[in-house]
Design a protein around this ligand. Structure first.
Ligand code: SAH
Length: 223
């Protein structure tokens, strides 16, 4: 298959936004605009670039995947982002979701436990000019205390139970969206709102399927 030109990819993105996102109920205009802008083909391995706008996850190495566009858009919408927001993402992977979030919010801090994925994402985001994203190679189970509190926290991998640090690093009024549960036994997408210093309200947004949030590889910096 011939690799389509950059202009054609814009048309593919528009179609993705219409058919995969808007038609399934994603309505946040800022999220849809970001999804129409970020070139997903640059975030997948070169030999998979032709499939960048298909309706599913794709492998990015190390047993990891770039999330399905719909999942990224739905989670970004569930975060109820505003332009001034500071966001923590756990699980940078390719950097795609971080790029999308950075177009809707002010700053994105993203943590990845696989050193080569973190390095590749950092370089890709720099090259594409996504200056609002800061990538760190670390175990994201502990969040990233240095830049807390966050208006929004998004986990791109599923812990069995929500790590306390992620809720604790939310600002009052902040929202956390994370898949939680057993990789085999079923996961739910949870949204936690910090309504007050000690007031956390959890909603279940429905069943999902994510790669597991793993313990650190042991070589990361910890805070
Ligand atoms: N947001 C990514 C999708 C990543 S898939 C994208 O848009 O491409 C989930 C990622 O979480 C994987 O890259 C995996 O390595 C990472 N991950 C798993 N456990 C982690 C942990 N404890 N800390 C940080 N990252 C973790």
């Amino acid at each position: 298959m011939a690799v389509p030109s950059a202009a054609d990819r814009g048309a593919e993105r528009e179609e993705m936004v219409r058919r995969q996102l808007a038609a399934r109920g994603v309505a946040d205009a800022a999220v849809l605009a970001a999804m129409a802008e970020v070139p997903r083909e640059v975030f997948v391995p070169e030999d998979l670039a032709a499939f960048a706008y298909q309706d599913g996850p794709l492998p990015i190495g190390y047993g990891q995947t770039i999330s399905q566009p719909y999942v990224v858009a739905r989670m970004a919408e569930a975060l109820e982002l505003r332009p001034g927001d500071r966001v923590l993402e756990v699980g940078t992977g390719s950097g795609y979701a971080a790029a999308v979030l950075s177009r809707v919010a002010h700053a994105v801090f993203t943590v990845e436990r696989h050193a080569p994925l973190a390095a590749a994402a950092r370089e890709r985001l720099r090259r594409l000019g996504y200056d609002g994203v800061t990538v760190r190679h670390a175990d994201g189970t502990g969040g990233w205390a240095e830049h807390a509190p966050y208006d929004a926290v998004m986990a791109a991998a599923a812990p069995r139970e929500l790590p306390a640090a992620l809720s604790e690093q939310l600002a009052v009024g902040g929202r956390l969206v994370a898949p939680v549960g057993d990789p085999l036994g079923g996961q739910s997408l949870l949204r936690v709102r910090r309504a007050g210093p000690a007031d956390f309200r959890t909603e279940d947004l429905g069943p999902v399927r994510f790669v597991p949030l793993l313990p650190g590889t042991g070589e990361e910096r910890r805070e």
